[in-house]
Design a protein around this ligand. Sequence first.
Ligand SMILES: [Zn+2]
Ligand SMILES: [Zn+2]
Length: 326
Amino acid sequence: MVEDPQSVFLEPLWYFADPSKRLYWLHLVGSAVFAGCYFWLKRSDRTEWTALRQVCELRYWWNTSTRIDYALLFFNAILKAGLFIPLLGGQLAVAIATARFIHFNIAETPYLAAWPVVVSVVFTLTAFVFDDLTRFLTHFAMHRCDFLWRFHRLHHSATTLTPFTVFRTHPVESLINYLRSILSLGMISGIFIWMFGPQLQVWDILGVNALGFALTLAGSNLRHSQIPLNFGWWECILVSPAQHQIHHSKNHGHGNLGSYLSVWDGLVGTRIHGGLARALEYGLENAAQTVTRGPQTGQQADSDGLGGLMVEKQLIGASRAIKAAL
Ligand SMILES: [Zn+2]
Ligand SMILES: [Zn+2]
């Protein structure tokens, strides 16, 4: 646990060595390999070379938009160390409370017999799908509810997408997602503890991210990038980088709200094929054309003094100050 203020501030630098983070070096290597394969397959298409050239330029990594991503990376890390970490262990507490609640109020623990490896695999798959569903529902709510959109719009205000844009979240959105994760994984763990008792090990509960790790290794970092890699038919199941880029674009109505699985978008009619991700413009202008009933209209956004816009304005000011100081 991190207490020393200096080490808290330097914490994001360790993200490159932390397998649970998108910036883990192996995930970055995986993304680079995917990007390399993409450009190799598209080598005859000259427009693709423009995207590759942009990625190699300094201004792609250092501009008003990316400086806000970097500032929020450090700001959220400090907040997490100070506020969120005390909530760690919450997942186990929710799991035990859920198992006890079902046992005492609904039905006694059946202690189902099964091979531990089967319990582990079924639990990991179920928890992954349930966690992804709750991510989707939360994201959907952020685009539907005016109050939540005020915070989420900060993520959508990015005009350049780099792997660091994933950290561009309003602290309130980070807290909501942190609590969502504790509740969803805690509850599903509790149900399995109730069903299988001690056959479900603590490491199963804490190791659910194994699937997320594999998918992140398979190029999740490219979602926030200029590389429009699509998965073809597989986009009916998995969200491709191109699909998330469409989610950030000004002109496609903010569809593709899924995180890892795109089946949820398919069910509510917000899935857009990644093949449409050509020469996209990112940011909030014209964002009224969203899947929502319109919280993104300019007038409403401008009157948003409490949420994301205020943070955005301060961050843009800070970004300019950093640039001026260098
Ligand atoms: Zn969104
Ligand atoms: Zn995004």
